[in-house]
Write a protein that binds this ligand. Structure first.
Ligand code: ATP
Length: 349
């Protein structure tokens, strides 16, 4: 697969903040979700990729060509900022076609691009409305259509689903899937939201304090977190001490509440366990625990349990939580494997 976007060793200092040697790769048609807490540098990275910010060091390539010193409008990258503003005095159709006037293509090509973007973003029913008064979801779709008419190789979306109601979110998720399926556009999608990551992403990068802490497939990042930060940010909130050893070639971790099968490259003294891997058990050999709290989350029930000296969080199906009482004893079992975390976090990896 050819690379649509590549950046290597990007560094940029702005005031107190520093983008710290960021390297990423995204194949044609790829969909990368960029996760990270507020202020970690996600927007700054997007701006550096699309040319609004110039890096102090490092390289940006689009379709194998270096674009580090090129202006934003000739990089073949579309950027839809968090607060993308439309031209309020113009109709929706004029907003969408605005960039086409700078393309040196014939009338038919422009019409085709326009029609395609309108169809993909499902905005045909309000083309003749003014942009004032569009709902948040409609305005987002118009902003995306305005970028898509230029057929960029890469599109950068800064929290595209933020602040939308659930129905508008669903509509936009479906439209973003269509872009992925029907155009070859590679997408970088910034979000804080894990469900959004799973709904759309194929690959994922987690940023922390200006650096990429881990990148890989969604499965790798969510199920094999490389650091405690990634484990916690992706929801593997149970971090417990273990005594790890290799038994018949398999890593096994002894912990205060039982023996765990472990994944990971080598023995470590801490393990990450996702809440959905812990289940209330009817069987033998399970972990004995005391139920500390119960919270119904709709699709699952969140249990806080005390197992030995550890306070753990478990997400179980509602039927498993029926009849449980706070303060009562229960048996737990592990469905997945705990993942060994590095013993010491490396600050400047
Ligand atoms: P959020 O999720 O809240 O949008 P983010 O991860 O996108 O956050 P950035 O907007 O990239 O974070 O900001 C990273 C850091 O850089 C922040 O601490 C921000 O205050 C700082 N920063 C960004 N732009 C500037 C600027 N022009 N001058 C000074 N500091 C800046």
């Amino acid at each position: 697969m050819s690379l649509a976007l590549r950046c290597e060793s990007l560094r940029l200092r702005i005031g107190e903040f520093e983008l710290r040697s960021v390297s990423l790769e995204l194949g044609s048609g790829g969909y990368l979700v960029l996760l990270g807490p507020s202020g970690c540098g996600k927007t700054t990275l997007l701006k550096t990729l699309c040319g609004i910010q110039r890096p102090d060091e490092g390289v940006v390539e689009v379709d194998g060509e270096e674009v580090t010193d090129l202006a934003p409008n000739v990089r073949n990258i579309g950027y839809v900022p968090q607060d993308a503003t439309l031209f309020p005095h113009m109709k929706v159709r004029d907003n969408i076609s605005f960039g086409l006037r700078y393309l040196h293509t014939d009338e038919q090509d422009r019409r085709d691009r326009f029609d395609r973007a309108v169809q993909l973003m499902r905005v045909s029913q309000f083309l003749d409305r003014s942009c004032e008064g569009l709902s948040g979801g409609e305005a987002k779709r118009v902003s995306l259509a305005r970028s898509l008419v230029l057929s960029p190789s890469v599109i950068l979306l800064d929290e595209p689903l933020g602040m939308l109601d659930p129905i508008s979110r669903e509509e936009l998720v479906s439209a973003l899937r269509d872009i992925r399926r029907e155009t070859g556009t590679a997408t970088v999608h910034v979000t804080h939201d894990r469900e959004e990551a799973w709904a759309l992403g194929r690959t994922c990068a987690v940023m922390n304090d200006g650096a990429i802490e881990q990148a890989g497939t969604l499965q790798q990042v969510f199920r094999e977190p490389a650091t405690e930060f990634v484990a916690r940010f992706t929801g593997a909130s149970n971090i417990i001490p273990v005594e790890c050893e290799r038994v018949n070639g398999e890593l096994v971790g002894r912990s205060a509440f039982g023996i765990l099968r472990m994944n990971g490259p080598e023995c470590s003294d801490r393990a990450a366990i996702r809440p959905e891997w812990l289940q209330v058990s009817q069987g033998d050999g399970a972990i004995s625990a005391i139920l500390a709290s119960v919270r119904d989350r709709g699709a699952f029930v969140e249990l806080e349990v005390d197992a030995g000296s550890e306070r753990l969080v478990a997400h179980v199906p509602p039927q498993q939580a029926r009849g449980l009482t706070v303060g009562g004893n229960l048996l737990m079992r592990m469905e997945g494997r705990a993942f060994g975390l590095p013993s010491e976090e490396v600050a400047d990896a």
